[in-house]
Ligand binder design. Structure first.
Ligand code: BG6
Length: 519
């Protein structure tokens, strides 16, 4: 049952930036962390900035006993504690909170969905009853069950041309744990919703700086013309975190960094950095290009994995003066666990533009600081003019897209040190978001929720995209097999991963760029 992506025009698609149509957002997992930390704060900010539809409702669905009032109060505290607003304006909150209600129910209990349908039917506007965003902030093992139940209760159906209302399903990661499980999940969802009704989240796509990658590439001629194998020697993508797995040991034992970060966030950044220009900014055009790119990544055989993929696990160390225990000592982690908390890899994109250009990707937990960046290393100039000056400090140009936390872009080039001698020094041109646009940067979830309400799927992952990413990851996992971690695959917390990650680049005469920490 594959949809032709643009075969249907759905209400709400025309205005991609602002959600105009009244709708109800039902959050499954309403007492969970994500709801309090991200979802409600994002909706509240959208509300205070006048970006929510004139009429909307939010229904929290979860098993715990709560009243509307107690849930609202928890949500208000969540905003104060976790969001970019530390104090909530009482009047604005009251107006917003009037739209929030709590529905107690078990995800597997048909009656709870019947009750939900009754509650929605009680809303005074037919659009609030019929235009529904179901946000599944729950364990992926329950996604299938929830959509079945919603369908049985008459709340979710495949969209047909001419329908006056729409329903959309937003699903959180992890979307499966390998290709096969992702396919099964997709097959399940597609029984009751068309692909255009399914919004698979990768919160990195909601980040301003990640969205800016496309703008930067395709609206700046000087870079656009150099964005290829002729001018670029290699590309590095680093997403480093200064935290360990914390209380998520149980989840991480099942996931590991390859699935948790590489399969989604890093491959998404890679596809935006390397894809061909889409014919338009339509969701399907952009996603087609991203899928094409992922499909051009050279297959990793076990031999290639052994050579080009480095995994690691942190042991006790110090991050920014703070003592950290090892991964194996974390809560709910097997003391002999072989799960990776770090991955670095080299890959090639076998297409015309990138033939022969290595892409190095790395990500890990308990690294020295939190920073995500894309580093584009250009080729050097022919060393003709300055060949005689062998003590000259000449560096090839490098462009750094700083995705977080010090958001901005820097370009490195060589400058002559003032004076009579020929001495050069690498200097930089900087662009910083804060300096240029002020401190306000909406959080990723604000944008993503807005887009889901507006029905624009550009910032969400399409079925073939998620499946292609799993294929890549499955190839790497197959290469690792059941081999336990060797001694050289461990790294002390607070370092940049195992030495083998440095060796991976050293073998090509490159070094990792150390990302800029927060100011
Ligand atoms: C999540 C991962 O998707 O992204 C976490 O599950 C990780 O393990 C987080 O910490 C990082 O997101 P951000 O936005 O803090 O870079």
């Amino acid at each position: 049952m594959v949809d032709t992506p643009q075969s249907l025009s759905m209400p709400g698609l025309e205005d991609g930036r602002k959600a105009d149509e009244p709708c109800t957002i039902v959050i499954f997992g309403a007492s969970g962390d994500l709801t309090a930390r991200k979802l409600i704060p994002a909706l509240y900010h959208l509300y205070t900035e006048g970006q929510m539809p004139a009429s909307f409702r939010v229904v929290g669905f979860a098993r715990r006993e709560k009243t509307d009032e107690s849930w609202r109060e928890e949500m208000r505290l969540g905003i104060e504690k976790y969001s970019r607003t530390s104090s909530v304006d009482a009047a604005q909150w009251q107006d917003f909170a009037n739209n929030l209600s709590y529905h107690r129910g078990d995800l597997t209990d048909a009656d709870a969905y019947g009750g939900l349908a009754g509650r929605l039917a009680g809303f005074d506007d037919a659009a609030l009853t019929g235009n529904l965003v179901f946000y599944l902030a729950i364990s992926p093992s329950l996604f299938g069950e929830v959509v079945d139940q919603l369908h049985a209760a008459g709340l979710l159906k495949r969209f047909e041309e001419g329908d006056s209302n729409w329903q959309r399903v937003v699903v959180e990661k992890p979307f499966g744990h390998d290709l096969c499980s992702a396919q099964l999940l997709n097959n399940h969802l597609i029984r009751h919703a068309r692909e255009r009704q399914i919004f698979r989240i990768d919160h990195y796509l909601g980040k301003e700086t990640v969205q800016n990658i496309m703008m930067f590439r395709f609206s700046n001629a000087i870079f656009e013309q150099l964005w290829n194998r002729e001018a670029i020697e290699h590309v590095q993508i680093t997403v480093s975190e200064d935290i360990g797995v914390g209380s998520r040991g149980g989840y991480f034992e099942e996931a590991g960094t390859l699935r948790d970060m590489m399969q989604n966030h890093l491959l998404q950044i890679l596809s935006l950095v390397a894809m061909e220009p889409p014919p338009s900014l339509e969701a399907e055009d952009i996603r087609n290009e991203k899928v094409k790119l992922l499909k051009s990544i050279r297959k990793m055989t076990p031999g290639v994995v052994a050579k080009n993929v480095v995994r690691g696990q942190y042991f006790a160390g110090t991050v920014d003066g703070d003592n950290r225990g090892g991964y194996r000592q974390e809560e709910r982690v097997n003391p002999e666990s072989n799960v990776e908390t770090f991955v670095a890899l080299k890959l090639f994109i076998d297409n015309w533009r990138w033939s022969g250009v290595p892409f190095y990707l790395r990500t890990g937990k308990n690294l020295p600081h939190r920073a995500s960046e894309v580093r584009v290393q250009f080729r050097p100039t022919p060393n003709v003019l300055f060949a005689a000056q062998d003590d000259l400090d000449l560096h090839a140009n490098a462009l750094t897209l700083r995705l977080q936390p010090d958001e901005g872009i820097s370009l490195r080039f060589n400058g002559k040190v003032p004076g009579n001698s020929i001495e050069t020094r690498p200097v930089r041109m900087h662009f910083g978001y804060d300096a240029e646009f002020g401190a306000y940067t909406p959080e990723a979830y604000e944008r993503l929720l807005l887009e889901a309400m507006a029905g624009d799927a550009t910032l969400f992952i399409r079925r073939d995209e998620v499946e292609t990413a799993w294929q890549i990851v499955d190839g790497i996992r197959a290469g690792w097999g059941d081999t336990p971690l060797s001694n050289r695959e461990f790294y002390a917390a607070g370092t940049w991963g195992p030495v083998a990650a440095d060796d991976l680049l050293a073998a090509d005469n490159h070094v990792w760029h150390i990302p800029v920490p927060a100011k």
